[in-house]
Design a protein around this ligand. Structure first.
Ligand SMILES: Nc1ncnc2c1ncn2[C@@H]1O[C@H](COP(=O)(O)OP(=O)(O)OP(=O)(O)O)[C@@H](O)[C@H]1O
Length: 272
């Protein structure tokens, strides 16, 4: 944890959706849908998390949003994302960093830009400019095996950030990291997001993580997913680890635990 705080710039929310999903239905087997008539809206510039149990279909959802899978029915609209043969140009950060071991940090981070058609030299220059801001100063010519797990995830995030589009899909990016690294990367992500203000859809099993980071948490309470129960996280920003000890934080956590059926309705602090 850095303990450092930054003053957020005024929000530039437009009220426009960054992502809009209407009536999404999909399953690998027709009699076992993962999603049935699902609606989902993420306002532009917001940080929204989905809390879902393992196996409910979060990776599949991201593949549908990225245009890598076609829904059985329903529509997905991503603001500012160009359609291409491999899907939509949006930033996607997977659970594991998936860096290419034979490429340096600079070349790994530049891939998205190169694929989008930018000249290699220009893409590398852009990466070099951003490395210090992402806590990666001095790593440009290192290879992935020379980095810690946390640093590899930062490179992976930078690659997603540069991949284009206004929407970033983050698929449990910190789940493989130890608790200390995870906590410092959560803080780091908040700082980077405050600066770049992309629309972020973040999937996690970890309720504390979702609440600490998000403007809104969407809870997938039962399978197949027909709706996501929204929970507005009206905790002040900038947020730090201290935020997780606040009364309001604990109150919201209880509500989510109840939605997920992990505690009973007599769990205290109730409004339901
Ligand atoms: N290509 C595929 N063909 C058939 N079934 C699949 C395929 N990919 C995933 N599934 C099934 O769909 C369901 C959802 O998978 P998915 O990977 O989206 O879940 P998840 O919520 O991301 O899981 P986890 O949290 O464990 O990563 C699982 O039951 C999985 O076995």
């Amino acid at each position: 944890m850095s303990g450092r705080t930054i003053t957020p710039e005024p929000r530039q929310e437009t009220g426009l959706p960054g992502l809009s999903v209407q009536g999404l239905t999909y399953g690998f087997e027709s009699d076992k849908p993962l999603f049935e008539g699902l609606d989902l809206e993420v306002p532009k510039g917001q940080f929204v998390s989905i809390v879902a149990a393992s196996g409910m279909g979060k990776t599949t959802l991201f593949r549908l949003l990225a245009g890598l899978l076609q829904p059985e029915s329903g529509t997905v609209t991503v603001a500012g994302a160009a359609e291409g043969p491999g899907g939509r140009s949006i930033g996607y950060m997977p659970q594991r960093d998936c860096l290419m071991p034979w490429r340096t940090v600079q070349d790994n981070a530049a891939i998205g830009l190169e694929l989008a058609g930018m000249a290699r030299r220009e893409a590398r220059r852009k990466v070099l400019e951003l490395l210090p801001e992402l806590g990666l100063a001095g790593t440009a010519s290192k290879y992935p095996h020379e980095l810690s797990g946390g640093m590899r995830q930062r490179v992976s995030f930078l690659r997603s950030l540069l991949a284009g589009g206004e929407l970033l899909l983050l698929d449990e990016p910190f789940s493989a990291l130890d608790a200390m690294t995870r906590s410092s990367l959560q803080q780091w992500l908040l700082e980077v997001w405050e600066k770049h203000r992309k629309t972020i859809l973040f999937i996690t099993h970890d309720i504390d993580e979702a609440l600490l980071l998000s403007d809104q948490v969407l809870v997938a309470a039962s399978a197949p997913i027909r709706k996501l129960v929204p929970m507005m996280v009206d905790l002040p920003r900038p947020r730090t680890y201290e935020t997780t000890l606040a009364e309001n934080f604990v109150y919201l956590k209880r509500r989510i635990l109840r939605q997920l059926g992990r505690i009973g309705s007599s769990g205290g602090g109730g409004d339901e």
